[in-house]
Structure formats: structure tokens, C-alpha cells
Design a binder for this molecule. Structure first.
Ligand code: DGL
Length: 260
């Protein structure tokens, strides 16, 4: 048995959309969630800066929180820093995330998919490689939804301002026949109901968080044989940490992950 926690990090509250799937799938595990809100948003930062920040967070999660596996619950940090982290922390299991282009390409009937992600993700080599592998015959319409991460961080999940931003992004996509939207930033699932309302019920939204949670479960199962990394029961505590204002973060968590 290994009750050490699983570390999960993001630039802010976005990774909570991944954490909720992890807790659902692996209720016996302990988690430490770190929101780097002193530095949010990551989207416009250079790859070097994001590598530096991800390196510091990983170091903290490993040495101060004794995490057994790290989930990079941020597409932008995965794009900029996952390879670097794997090279730096050899032997530590990492699970990252990337826009779900492949499931999107499989789901579309019109052959047109919209990808909503940050400019950092779109600029990355990782995204270019992903497109090269899965784009085959599918037309992509990309938008970095400038300002949406900040609106979500501020709790504007369904305000007129957020609706106006999303309408300006989604209307041109829907007009050209996009029928599938890939949520390529972990913040965006928190506005999925609004996206669905604006895009229409016929449009399929794809959030990779459940697939990422399954990947974490697979990694744990694989590692169990070697290191015994699966937690015993009863466990299931979640520790929340922010590099920003803890009181504000608590209120955000209450809003985004209401107790069921
Ligand atoms: N939540 C992050 C992502 O998945 C990044 C948001 C940001 O800080 O720009 O890409």
C-alpha cells in the first residue's frame, strides 16, 4: 500500500475539472492540488517561463508533499514542460493532458472541429505533432478565447461578459459547420453549459478530463506491481494549495466543486 498523495497542478482553478474526475474514479487516493495563481494565466507566457514554474511546483510536490505521481492538469504546462519534467525527474510518473484532437476527429460528422485552447498550447511543438498524427482529413478551427481564463478565475461562469466572449468565438465556428468542440484548456469545462447553450445541443463538447483520470488509474495499476503505489482504504483526502490568496481560492473551490 502507498497512501502518499497524487499531486495535481494547474495555473489556477482549471485543473479542478480534472481533479473532480480523479476523485470520482480513485476515491481511495489522497490528492494534493496546487493552483499557481500567483502566476495565472500561463497561456501567454514563454515556454521557458512555464518550464521554470512547473519545475518549482513539481519540486515542491515531490519534496514537501511527498507525491507519488504528478498530474499536469494544464494543457499549456503539458505542452511547454512535460518533456522537460520527465527528463529532469527521471523515474517519477507524470500524466499530462493535451487537446482531445483524436476523439474530436472521430466524433465529427461534418469533418470540422473547433479547438479552444490557450495560445501557449497552439504555439507548441506538442500540438503540431498532435495535429500531424490525428488531423487526417478533418478541418480545424482554433481559438485561444483571449480573456476567458481570467473570467473563469473570477467566477464569471455565466455572466453577460463571458457569454459575449464565447459568442464571438463560437458563432463563426458554428456558421462554417463545426459540430464538435474540443475543450483544450482545463478551465473551459467550467463554462461547458454556457458553451453548449450558445453552440446548440447538436454540437458535441469533448473534455479530456475523464480520459486523463483513467490514464492515471492505469499508470497506478502498472506501477503497483513494482512500487505498490495504490493507496489502501480508507483514505481519500484532498489538500488544496494556492500560490495566490488562500481565502479567495477557498471561495473558488466552493463555487466550482460544490459538495454533492
Ligand atoms: N488551464 C490551463 C490549460 O489547460 C491554462 C490556463 C492559463 O493559465 O492560461 O491550458
Amino acid at each position: 500500500m502507498n497512501n502518499r498523495p497524487i499531486g495535481v497542478f494547474d495555473s489556477g482553478v482549471g485543473g479542478l475539472s480534472v481533479l473532480r474526475e480523479l476523485v470520482k474514479l480513485l476515491p481511495q487516493e489522497n490528492f494534493v492540488y496546487l493552483a499557481d495563481q500567483a502566476n495565472v494565466p500561463y497561456g501567454g507566457k514563454s515556454a521557458e517561463t512555464i518550464q521554470q514554474l512547473s519545475h518549482q511546483i513539481t519540486h515542491y510536490l515531490l519534496t514537501q508533499q511527498h507525491c507519488k505521481l504528478i498530474v499536469v492538469a494544464c494543457n499549456t504546462a503539458t505542452a511547454a514542460a512535460l518533456n522537460y519534467l520527465r527528463q529532469t525527474y527521471v523515474g517519477i510518473p507524470f500524466v499530462g493532458m493535451e487537446p482531445a484532437i483524436k476523439p474530436g476527429a472521430q466524433a465529427t460528422r461534418t469533418g470540422k472541429i473547433g479547438v479552444l485552447a490557450t495560445s501557449g498550447t497552439f504555439r507548441s511543438q506538442r500540438y503540431a505533432d498532435l495535429m500531424a498524427r490525428h488531423i487526417d482529413g478533418v478541418e480545424l478551427f482554433e481559438d485561444s478565447c483571449l480573456g476567458l481564463v481570467e473570467l473563469i478565475e473570477n467566477g464569471n461562469l455565466s455572466t453577460p461578459q463571458t457569454a459575449a466572449l464565447l459568442r464571438s468565438v463560437l458563432t463563426p465556428m458554428i456558421d462554417v459547420g463545426v459540430d464538435t468542440l474540443v475543450l483544450g484548456c482545463t478551465h473551459y469545462p467550467f463554462v461547458a453549459p454556457l458553451i453548449q447553450r450558445i453552440a446548440g445541443e447538436d454540437v458535441t463538447l469533448i473534455d479530456p478530463a475523464p480520459a486523463v483520470a483513467r490514464q492515471v488509474a492505469r499508470r497506478l495499476a502498472e506501477l503497483t506491481g513494482h512500487f505498490g503505489v495504490v493507496a489502501g482504504k480508507p483514505c481519500g483526502k484532498v489538500k488544496m494549495i494556492t500560490t495566490g490568496d488562500p481565502a479567495r481560492f477557498n471561495a473558488q473551490v466552493d463555487l466550482l466543486l460544490p459538495p454533492t
